[in-house]
Write a protein that binds this ligand. Structure first.
Ligand code: GLY
Length: 422
């Protein structure tokens, strides 16, 4: 039997968690990460935006499947590029990736298929929006249409903030920029992430991300300061509403539009007074959610990915560990704005064997691990209770040090008041 070999595209903590999971069944020598980072074994620094180069690498190394971590290669059409070639690619095609790459496409899709979401209006220039925001009372969210690495969403609770957001959009993209304005729904946010083969959607356990930089959900938005899973308080009734009002109509839409979607689908959901609303789709795994979801998944990930590609996901039964997992992200001081790199990371050798560490912004120079990005390391604790998982993670966090290291101290401590309908 030929040995399965996989190439994971991406370079963050998500990709390290993916690589570890695949390596459990395929072994590390058959799990390649492109370009990877300082802590992911078998990382290869190639230009992943050049699909010819990716193809050459895969042919040379006899790779049979590519698993795409981030959204950019999907939106750029990597799945379409490899269509009718001998290498399988896990992920949605370019058109399906519009669910994440175009906020306008996504909101129109939600509206067409009756998916619970906030009311919205589409704009193609900032001047029209200025009149609209002046008349609009209450909180609103302004979202740039395209991919902006988390920098295209502005949550505004006052007219001044809305005007500032419009100015920022204008500065970045000019006056004739495509964007939407939607009502802000105030509640508790959860990430519901699943796999699809286009015929069925199978969900992993709910998780919760901590997007803001500072304790108490204050400060600027980041790529994620921590996550935990599963999330207590999500009743069977709420989960059923999420399926009925969001997941199932999405599947219906994917089928009706004949989308070629074989990959991960991420529902960013706001729960308000026990009712779920879809904020956004992502067409890939969340980061840092993946770092807590995959350690809990008992199944063979290669088999799941293969089942998605071959249209047999219905035959796979997901099984989960009973424990809680919690991820504390260590970032470079100054992130998400200006920060320095190349600081030595100390203490990695003292980490307990059963703690998972997923590298993000790191590089290995002659055996010395250095910081190489804003989000540097993910420290994942495990425990029978959420508190135990948190204790285990923070105990290990305290063993690590690099200059200007920063992290949130309240991961997993939120009171989710909106999960019930009071
Ligand atoms: N954790 C949010 C995201 O991956 O987009």
């Amino acid at each position: 039997m030929t040995q399965n070999k996989i190439a994971i595209i991406g370079s963050g903590g998500r990709e390290h968690a993916l690589a570890r999971k695949f390596a459990q069944t395929l072994t590390w020598e058959n799990v390649f990460t492109l370009p990877g980072n300082g802590g992911i074994p078998n990382s290869h620094s190639i230009n992943v935006n050049d699909f010819d180069e990716v193809e050459r690498f895969c042919i040379y190394n006899k790779i049979d499947m590519i698993f795409v971590g981030p959204e950019q290669p999907l939106a750029a059409g990597i799945v379409d590029y490899f269509k009718n070639k001998d290498i399988k690619v896990f992920g949605p095609d370019k058109q399906s990736a519009q669910l994440e790459a175009s906020k306008i496409f996504a909101k129109q899709f939600m509206k067409k298929y009756g998916i619970a979401t906030a009311d919205f209006k589409i704009f193609n220039n900032t001047n029209d929006a200025k009149y609209f925001t002046a008349k609009k009372l209450g909180d609103l969210v302004i979202k740039f249409d395209g991919l902006a690495a988390g920098k295209g969403v502005f949550v505004c609770s006052a007219i001044d903030e809305a005007n500032e957001a419009l100015q920022e959009l204008e500065k970045a993209y000019g006056e004739n920029v495509n964007f939407i304005i939607e009502d802000k729904i105030k509640g508790d946010e959860i990430s519901i992430i699943g796999f699809t083969d286009g015929k069925t959607i199978k969900l992993l356990q709910p998780s919760q991300d901590h997007k803001q930089l500072l304790d108490g959900d204050k400060g600027p938005n980041t790529g994620g300061m921590g996550a935990y899973s599963p999330v207590d308080g999500i009743s069977n009734e709420l989960m059923q509403k999420i399926r009925d009002k969001i997941v199932n109509p999405t599947l219906k839409g994917i089928q009706t539009e004949k989308m070629n979607y074989k990959g991960v689908i991420y529902f960013g959901i706001m729960v308000k007074n026990g009712e779920p609303y879809l904020l956004e789709y992502n067409v890939r795994f969340g980061d840092p959610e993946t770092e807590v979801l995959l350690p809990a998944l008992k199944n063979d990930l290669y088999e799941i990915a293969n089942a998605c590609i071959s249209g047999n996901l219905n035959n796979v039964n997901f099984e989960f560990e009973e424990d809680y997992f919690c991820d504390v992200v260590l970032v470079s001081g100054g992130y998400p704005k200006v920060y320095s790199k190349n600081y030595v990371i100390n203490g990695l050798e003292n980490i307990s064997e059963n703690t998972l560490i997923f590298h993000a912004g790191t590089k290995n120079e002659a055996g010395v691990m250095l910081t190489n990005g804003g989000r540097v390391l993910n420290i994942v604790g495990r425990g029978k209770t959420l508190n135990k998982a948190l204790d285990n993670a923070y105990k290990e966090v305290n063993k690590i040090y690099f200059k200007n290291m920063f992290f949130r101290e309240d991961i997993g401590k939120r009171k989710n008041k909106h999960f019930k309908n009071f």
